[in-house]
Write a protein that binds this ligand. Structure first.
Ligand code: SAM
Ligand code: SF4
Length: 353
């Protein structure tokens, strides 16, 4: 990925690069610009070894300069009076009548392609927490929407345009789409990386009716929940050996935890082996997203002691799908960002009979 004479990483996007199957399980997938197509054509992808390390799952956009004079009805950028807004790394937000603030992406953890993908699929958010480490996205962010005038503007391919906070509660919708699918599960279910079981209400009726037996797997410390047919085991997926009496599972959930696995391909292969033929694997996670912060919010964030990155990947829906199909799973349903109106995607998969 680096020219022979270069001693370091030079993040320059070039369009004659591509990705290959091993890239889906590589932690650098979001920042990497890919492999030269000529290399893949000559040598194939057998030599590509995924790099595994903890990575960020989001990027920040912060004020790039002082607010600038701006009126969308008589856009000074369209008139050539002010420089355009970089269409990948920058955007404007309204400050007050006649003024807008230019924001720019901080850092080099994400390639231009990853940044554009996040922008084009509605994954730019306004921070409402005032500079927190975001934990409950439904409460702490509001999606940003590009102004209609900018979407229709002939300069749009060259200009990032003006963005305003949208009214929708995307993450609330994502949660309810997931809860609907969880409420339909029956039989023996393994929940990998179950955390504090935030969707307990969706599965409670099945547990109480004795139609559902839930085994939660969680390496971190969580509060015990006292409900019939619910067991929690303190373990990572990698260290877990299921009790033969529990096998096979009718369904397995991997909810917002696949990105935490160092080797998601190996993890999915293990889960496949524990599913009964016809059993379901419910997979959901957040793809990378951008957070627009104020200068004060960014300072507050920097002053906090940052926890170590918890994610090893930041899979897009199509990458997760390829990993799942590669171990033999089949797709029942896919719910993408446009449907969840958030950064979350959902894949409902099946072990074929
Ligand atoms: C973002 S939380 C998701 C929790 C819950 N499933 C949800 O949907 O809200 C990710 C969880 O995966 C767990 N986790 C991290 N590494 C794991 C591993 N190797 N095996 C199983 N779980 C893991 C974390 O401890 C954490 O509770
Ligand atoms: S995209 Fe928006 S901000 Fe950019 S030139 Fe067009 S109207 Fe102006």
């Amino acid at each position: 990925m680096t020219e022979a004479f270069e001693a370091d990483w030079h993040p320059i996007d070039e369009f004659h690069r591509d990705f290959a199957p091993p890239c889906d399980a590589c932690s650098w997938r979001r920042r990497c610009r890919g492999v030269y197509r000529s290399y893949l054509a000559r040598r194939g992808h057998a030599e590509l070894k995924p790099r595994i390390e903890a990575v960020s799952n989001s990027f920040n956009l912060t004020p790039a300069a002082e607010p600038e004079v701006f009126d969308l009805r008589r856009c000074p950028i369209r008139q050539g009076l002010q420089p355009t807004v970089d269409p990948v790394r920058e955007l404007l937000t309204p400050v007050q009548r006649g003024l807008a603030q230019r924001h720019r992406v901080v850092g080099e953890d994400f390639s231009d392609h990853s940044l554009s993908q996040a922008r084009e699929t509605g994954r730019l958010m306004l921070d409402l927490s005032g500079g927190g480490f975001l934990e409950d996205l439904a409460q702490e962010v509001r999606p940003l929407l590009q102004a209609k005038t900018c979407r229709r503007c002939s300069l749009a391919p060259l200009c990032g345009g003006l963005w305003k906070p949208g009214p929708r509660d995307g993450f609330g919708r994502a949660k309810s789409l997931l809860a609907e699918r969880l409420a339909g599960l029956r039989g023996r279910v393994l929940d990998v990386g179950c955390g504090g079981l935030p969707y307990l209400e969706a599965i409670r009726p099945g547990l109480e009716a004795g139609e559902l037996s839930w085994l939660g797997l969680e390496p971190a410390q969580v509060t015990a929940v006292n409900l019939p047919n619910l067991r929690l085991v303190a373990s990572s997926l990698e260290d877990f050996e299921p009790d033969p009496a529990d096998l096979p599972f009718d369904a397995i959930c991997l909810l917002r935890s696949i990105n935490h696995l160092a080797e998601p391909d190996l993890g999915l292969a293990r889960l496949f082996a524990w599913l009964r033929p016809g059993g379901r694997l419910l997979l959901a996670d957040d793809a990378c997203f951008g957070v627009l912060r104020t200068a004060a919010g960014m300072t507050a964030l920097k002053e906090r002691k940052a926890p170590a990155y918890e994610h090893h990947h930041c899979l897009e829906l199509d990458e997760a799908r390829r990993l799942a199909l590669a171990v033999g799973l089949a797709e029942r349903e896919a719910v993408d960002h446009r449907e969840t109106a958030s950064s979350m995607w959902i894949l409902d998969l099946l072990r074929p009979d």
